[in-house]
Design a binder for this molecule. Structure first.
Ligand SMILES: NC(=O)c1ccc[n+]([C@@H]2O[C@H](COP(=O)([O-])OP(=O)(O)OC[C@H]3O[C@@H](n4cnc5c(N)ncnc54)[C@H](OP(=O)(O)O)[C@@H]3O)[C@@H](O)[C@H]2O)c1
Length: 294
């Protein structure tokens, strides 16, 4: 399968580098809007990387074009590329929230699809190793090409309905991005307990890793995953320690950041629902320690 990568940011570079080494794949070229990034990318992959207005010759050779530009530029870039794409080609984008149908612009003849690596790719040079083992949400008429790309880079394809894309992406944001947000909130609390401002992340890291390990273990256990998740939950809610929950709420009320108490109460109510799957008495005690609206 011949691949062209359009957009050499963190995702584009990760995919281009991984696909360069993948069996059955040939990276025929890459393009980036700004010349400087195109030049840098050409040092990372063994293919022609171009920039500017002229369409590179290698573009026409591609079976699959991967569009990895910022979400806001996906539709306009698809419109720009549409006249140069034929029926035998597939155009995939890498956005998590946008459906592939945003590329269904006038004159588009290529089959359209989504191929979203469910991974936090932060390295500006791209991180092909991080793609290995990552889930790839694939969808649209070009789903088989997206599956082939995902598998070639060691990913795990997950077929998703085009109309389910936004909910899928919200799940990713809630679980991963907002873990970082929760750590920031926890650092506020640690500071209020006298911990040095820059020490919080270090202190929490082993606890967070332990929690991720527990989650991985409950996933491997098989059976009812949501019940296993409840069994892997630790802490006062799971134990039904209503007094501790009341004490936490009292401490949070004294903090200058006023958003932490409602955040804590919402999450505690959700934790009580999870606990109820395995221990209704514990869940009941905790619900009694929360305001009625939670
Ligand atoms: N990073 C992640 O963890 C991650 C994970 C999964 C999916 N995604 C998705 O993958 C896509 C790319 O994300 P990224 O993280 O690789 O972004 P990025 O590192 O910020 O790179 C953005 C790319 O978009 C290009 N671009 C920006 N505006 C453009 C325009 N108007 N026309 C053409 N190209 C334009 C940039 O070109 P210049 O170099 O010229 O600025 C650059 O190549 C997004 O849809 C994102 O949602 C990201």
């Amino acid at each position: 399968m011949k691949i062209f990568v359009w957009g050499a940011g963190r995702v584009g570079r990760s995919l281009a580098r991984a696909l360069s080494d993948a069996d059955g794949m040939e990276l025929v070229g890459a393009w980036n809007r700004t010349f400087s990034r195109a030049l840098e990318t050409s040092q990372l992959v063994d293919t022609e990387v171009s920039a500017g207005d002229a369409l590179p010759d290698t573009f026409q050779k591609a079976d699959v074009v991967i569009l990895s530009v910022v979400d806001d530029a996906v539709a306009q870039t698809a419109a720009l590329l549409a006249p140069h794409l034929g029926r035998r080609q597939v155009l995939l984008h890498t956005s998590g929230s946008l459906p592939s149908t945003v590329m269904a612009v006038e004159g588009m003849r290529a089959a359209l699809g989504g191929c979203h690596p469910l991974q936090a790719l932060a390295d500006p040079n791209g991180d092909p190793d991080k793609l290995r083992g990552s889930t790839f949400a694939i969808e649209g008429a070009g789903i088989e090409a997206a599956r082939a790309v995902a598998m070639a880079v060691g990913g795990k394809p997950l077929a998703i309905a085009t109309e389910g894309k936004v909910a899928y992406h919200a799940a990713a944001v809630l679980s991963a991005n907002y873990l970082t947000v929760l750590v920031d909130a926890a650092c506020d609390l640690l500071e209020s307990a006298g911990v040095a401002p820059d020490a919080g992340i270090d202190i929490l890291q082993p606890l967070l890793q332990g929690t991720l390990d527990n989650l991985a273990r409950c996933n491997q256990a098989g059976g009812d995953g949501r019940k296993a998740l409840a069994q892997s939950l630790t802490g006062p809610v799971r134990r039904g320690d209503a007094g501790t929950v009341r004490a936490h709420r009292k401490a949070l009320r004294k903090l200058p950041a006023k958003d932490l108490l409602p955040l804590y109460e919402l999450l505690t109510a959700r934790a009580a629902e999870i606990t109820a799957r395995v221990d209704e008495d514990a869940a009941h005690r905790v619900r009694g320690a929360l305001p009625k609206s939670s």
